[in-house]
Ligand binder design. Structure first.
Ligand code: SAH
Ligand code: SF4
Length: 347
């Protein structure tokens, strides 16, 4: 199998694995080194040693949804809820811009307070003050008209993980009123409107099988997103999945490498969940083909309340204010953090 990868790369053919190959790769460690080498070669070919950074603003932890895996779910009564005002969000952007961030990611629970009447003027204000930044939104499922209004106001990118492409598995992870069909509708709308779309899934979510992971990869092949975010599932004590096992580090890294090979030009972050699972998770992610980091710009007093899973790292180089330290650490590993919007290159 290893030989055919070399051949394909030499021919510069966009790599595809068949289902059986994927199953083999996902269930053995035997090919990990080869996967890592190929992924790294492609990552270097298209992005050199550059790492793009995004300033993450977790602007609300209110959520009307009840995903079984997430600590922000509406039934979690043990969480102190917060939402930033538009002015506080703009202050985060100013701080981020000063630090050198040229992409802001506004992420939150599905908070009905942030209707179009509130969110559209916010996006427009960010766009007006920072014409040269990319504005990424990650606020869940909305109507097509809402996505269009946000795009027209200046949003460029949207992160919405599909979580699982298997409808039965989707029902194991979410209550019945949250449907895979609607998530896919959202992703298609976002693409048609013109957003750079990001999707992805958790690795090791309860009930996930190898066949489901293969389906996830196939789903992404159809969607062809510009950004792909994966990270290990990590349990949260105040959720129905509080006693479930965390996702596996090596499988997550292996999947990052497979994604890089299947999607050579994609923007793939080494996620906070990966850095939570392993102290050197960011470096490991880069070694397996990731090219994006998302340090946290959320005001420190609220940061620990954005509790998607237990023990989420929020301090040290995870904090955007520590960008200089992050740069140093990444440069020690041979990478260069750049000031750039960091748009995907085309194949
Ligand atoms: N409400 C938005 C954005 C916030 S959640 C949305 O759901 O899209 C952002 C991501 O965090 C989710 O897509 C999910 O994949 C991830 N996440 C939530 N709970 C998690 C957990 N317990 N472990 C790992 N990742 C989790
Ligand atoms: Fe809400 Fe997103 Fe968490 Fe689901 S994953 S409960 S939509 S914040």
């Amino acid at each position: 199998m290893a030989r055919s990868w070399h051949l394909r790369l030499a021919e510069k053919v966009l790599f595809d694995f068949d289902v059986e190959q994927l199953k083999t790769l996902l269930t053995t460690e035997k090919f990990d080194n080869e996967l890592r080498r190929q992924a790294l070669a492609l990552r270097r070919k298209f992005y050199g040693n550059r790492i793009f950074v995004r300033g993450l603003i977790e602007f609300t932890n209110h959520c009307k949804n009840n995903c079984y895996y997430c600590g922000l779910r509406r039934d979690n009564r043990n969480l102190q809820r917060y939402r930033l005002t538009n002015e506080e969000i703009l202050t985060c952007c100013r701080e981020g811009y000063g630090l050198g961030f040229r992409t802001f990611v506004l992420q939150g629970g599905e908070d009905p307070y942030f209707s179009d009447e509130v969110l559209v003027p916010l996006v427009a204000a960010i766009r007006k003050e920072f014409p040269d930044v990319a504005i990424t939104l990650s606020v869940g499922e909305r109507s097509r008209a809402s996505y269009q209004a946000l795009y027209d106001a200046g949003a460029d990118r949207y992160l919405l993980r599909h979580e699982t492409a298997d409808a039965k598995h989707y029902r194991m992870l979410h209550p019945a009123d949250q449907r895979l069909a609607n998530r896919i509708r959202c992703l298609n709308d976002l693409k048609e409107i013109g957003y750079t779309v990001g999707s992805g899934f958790m690795v090791g979510s309860p009930g996930q099988t190898t066949a489901m992971l293969v389906e996830d990869l196939r789903f992404l092949q159809k969607l062809q997103p510009g950004m792909i975010g994966i990270g290990p599932f990590l349990s949260h004590r105040d959720t129905p999945f509080g006693n479930e096992k965390n996702g596996n580090l090596q499988l997550t890294l292996r999947l990052i490498a497979i994604l890089r090979i299947m999607f050579p030009c994609a923007l793939i972050p080494a996620t906070t969940a990966l850095a939570t699972l392993a102290e050197n998770g960011r470096e490991l992610g880069m070694e397996y083909g990731a090219n994006v980091l998302m340090p946290n710009l959320t005001p420190e007093c609220q940061r620990s309340k954005y509790s998607l899973y237990d023990n989420k790292v929020t301090t040290g180089i995870e904090a955007a204010g520590q960008l200089a330290a992050l740069k140093q650490r990444m440069s020690a590993a041979g990478w260069e953090i750049v000031v750039d919007r960091g748009d995907p290159v085309s194949y």
